[in-house]
Design a protein around this ligand. Sequence first.
Ligand code: SF4
Ligand code: SF4
Length: 441
Amino acid sequence: MQTNFTAEQLADPHVAEAESILRKCVHCGFCTATCPTYVTLGNELDSPRGRIYLIKDMLENGRAADEQIVTHIDRCLSCLACTTTCPSGVDYMHLVDHARTHIEKTYRRPLMNRLTRNMLAMVLPYPGRFRLALKLAALGRPLAGLFDQVKSLKPMAAMLRLAPTKVAPPSDFAKPATHAATAARRGRVAILTGCAQPVLDPGINEAAISLLTRLGVEVVVPQGEGCCGALVHHMGREEQALDSARRNVDVWTRAIENGGLDAIIVTTSGCGTTIKDYGHMLRLDAAYAEKAARVSALAKDVTEYLHTLDLPIAETKGMIVAYHSACSLQHGQKVTMAPKLLLKAAGFTVKDPPEGHLCCGSAGTYNIMQPEISAKLKARKVKNIVSTKPDVIAAGNIGCMTQIGSATGIPVVHTVELLDWAYGGPRPKGLERTATDGANC
Ligand code: SF4
Ligand code: SF4
């Protein structure tokens, strides 16, 4: 694509990067076919190609964002299906990141939208605040129908509906500690505790730590680590996101210097995509660029790391698992086979639901901020999953698990919980009534 930026504009490294991304797009439109918002809404401006044109126009003309571009960029899930499809290698992820930062700096959103986004940014990244908010949401759930009547309050209604009815107490596995290997030692890793996942489902990291230590891997939960910054990064709040990234880079650098790390394990693939991008996010920060690149190189999805450990073939379970491939894992990190190969080796029959490339509509806070599109994508996703007639649904991202779990009675668990169970750990919660598994489980 031809671009017309001035030399002065290109002196800004962010604009220069956006320009080089734009130049790669050849307008072919292949990406439209796999874009969930284009497939759902049928509007070119809600396709990757349409958004690329809007971003180009805004940046080239040095314009502040307007309502039109905000509408169409806000509707983008950042699912990155377009990057998987694009034959020209257009780096849409960094282009839309830049557009979101530009929007945040130049556009004043309507009051309710601003308040909702502020509240999400002030609550979700902090486990204590998030736990309290979930308890309040459980009390406020009867008001969801009322909020639904007012357009600007629909995100509140979506939030109330998504909140779980019960909130688990804080897990000991989320506290800073070193979990020693209980078999012949074969590695040392750190694990991200993060923010929302330990509140919504502490069992995920418990399963990951138990499995890894039984396999001979020492697992460190370092002091001081926190939210990866993905949530605010996707809101265009770059400084807040970079602060989170710097804090975690410092924490993991200390862990690397204090005993070494073979990997930084991430059990929430949305966070994994962002941590793998820390090297890029902090590339212009001389004090952090090198450390951040080292952290990104060490970041691994838990299944990516487990796949390197050569787990033994387990007895068949007689249980059908529909594997939901989270967008952040399949498109963001290009981790597609490891989770399925691990589940198969662990004795599960693995099914790929149709249209597996399409997002479930969770996408961070998307299911709160864009509840209508999100609900359509959720219904489509659940219909596709149910068509495989599974006993259980496995996914590697808490956002997807919550989204899909809110629309089906089929148990939804994290991939690592099934693996932990298959290799000697406890049966995952929710599978108590699933009777089709073998006697060895
Ligand atoms: S990231 Fe997803 S929703 Fe956004 S343009 Fe790409 S395919 Fe469409
Ligand atoms: S597939 Fe790639 S090159 Fe083609 S229109 Fe989409 S982003 Fe541009």
